[in-house]
Design a protein around this ligand. Sequence first.
Ligand code: NAI
Length: 246
Amino acid sequence: MANEKRVAYVTGGSRGIGEAIVLALAADGFHVVAVARNKEKLEGVVKAAAEKGGSVEAEAVDIADSAALTASIEKAIEKHGRMDVLVNNAGITRDGLFMRMEDKDWDDVLNTNLKSAFVSCRAATRTMIRAKWGRIINISSVAGMIGNAGQVNYAASKAGLIGMTKSIARELAGKQVTANCVAPGFITTDMTDVLPPQIKEKVLEIIPLRRFGETKDIAAMVAFLASDKAGYITGQVIAVDGGMTM
Ligand code: NAI
């Protein structure tokens, strides 16, 4: 029998933006399947959700492994009898000036950030189409909208997500399945903590709201897009960036 709760599958749920998304969706009543490479870290998120009455299960999956990712989604659909929301959040950076960038840094970033989203959408959508309800939410970046020096691989992967999402939105619109991108600006997480202070100061100068975002700022937008309230929004890129790309 199908799970009574709507089921959301969230990649990169162990920390940062993904963790906030998992907790927000669990608080909104979804059963969340949270995946990341490290199951131990995911268990902490499962516990934090449970303490507030939320329902989260954790699974260790390397999303760069297409077969493993497909199998994990198929398993979740079989177990719960449904798949309502897919959030492609996991992402990596391998920054460097493009003239010196190794093929491996390009391939790793494109595989993890872009190909994985294609693979997961392909695996999840048949069930959404059948239900005539579904939400695909891909976490892009302002780098995919305006580019960023030192991030040709990352910006290409995030711009690729935008083109892919709009195309999926067009293919699935007739079935009431929506697909949108959220493009975070500079959000305080492990990914951005590693940047040197002088870079952070420079970034602050181009943020009209003059502060970095928090993971909950992104999670709130994802939770909205995942809700019934957002049923008339598809093929959009919503920047949550303190005004950086206005
Ligand atoms: P983070 O580095 O703190 O967390 C990334 C998550 O993805 C972790 O849970 C990690 O385990 C998971 N992950 C990475 N590679 C994986 C793989 N091969 N298989 C399974 N899981 C994998 O990153 P953060 O900052 O929370 O970013 C989340 C998303 O938001 C990423 O797609 C990132 O590109 C995007 N983003 C972040 C911004 C920021 O300022 N932090 C700005 C714009 C976009």
